[in-house]
Design a protein around this ligand. Structure first.
Ligand SMILES: [Mg+2]
Length: 212
């Protein structure tokens, strides 16, 4: 692969399997931090839930590697929904499963097409949670990340990180943190933080694969 040809590099099933393995590693490394954030404004299970969920995803994908990018995301989403309780399993599961469905059965897809598919996944998450940007949820990182991904992997990573940090001064309007009212202000949202990890891992994978 040549460098600097981000416009034309395509993504195969293996790329997405390696992405999700990188997510599992990052989530494992950051699990204590996610749990700490969730203990401030939630029920202190976010790190453990995602660690278990993405470990199961990695195991499933390694055991039976799907043939297409869409099938990878669909299988991963299904695994998260069946493995992770609470809200994060169904929400992340919906994100990936809906994105997988949007990709269909094509063997290779472009970054732009992945952005579009993840955008469909994010819309499904918003619908499931009844939330929008500014409610101090994972959407505060996911929405700008998908927008950034239309330009580059690096832009997606930066936008997700910025979106997660921007949740600190917000008052939660959805999810368990909303029960705290004004006391949710001053804490970074755990879901937005883990969402930023997904896009950091995607950018790392793209660099490792020579796609960015
Ligand atoms: Mg929780």
């Amino acid at each position: 692969m040549t460098m600097g040809s981000d416009m034309t590099e395509t993504i195969g099933a293996g790329f997405l399997v390696r992405w999700l393995a990188a997510v599992a590693e990052d989530v494992d490394r950051e699990a204590d931090r996610l749990t700490e954030l969730d203990s401030a404004i939630g029920d202190a299970d976010h790190g453990a839930n995602l660690r278990r969920g993405f470990a199961a995803v990695t195991e499933t994908l390694a055991k039976e590697p799907p043939a297409s990018p869409g099938a990878v995301l669909t299988a991963a989403g299904r695994q998260l929904i069946s493995t992770v309780g609470g809200a994060s399993g169904p929400l992340y599961g919906t994100l990936l499963r809906r994105a997988g469905k949007a990709l269909g059965e094509d063997g290779e897809v472009t970054r732009e097409r992945l952005a579009e598919a993840l955008g469909a996944g994010v819309a499904a998450v918003a619908q499931l949670g009844g939330a929008q940007v500014g409610d101090k949820t994972m959407l505060d990182a996911l929405v700008p990340a998908v927008e950034g991904l239309r330009s580059s992997y690096g832009a997606a990573r930066a936008a997700a990180e910025e979106g997660a940090l921007a949740t600190v001064p917000l008052q939660a309007r959805k999810g368990r943190a909303s029960y705290l009212g004004e006391r949710s202000i001053g804490h970074q949202d755990p879901g937005a933080t883990s969402s930023a990890l997904l896009f950091a891992a995607l950018a790392d994978t793209a660099v490792a694969e020579g796609a960015a």
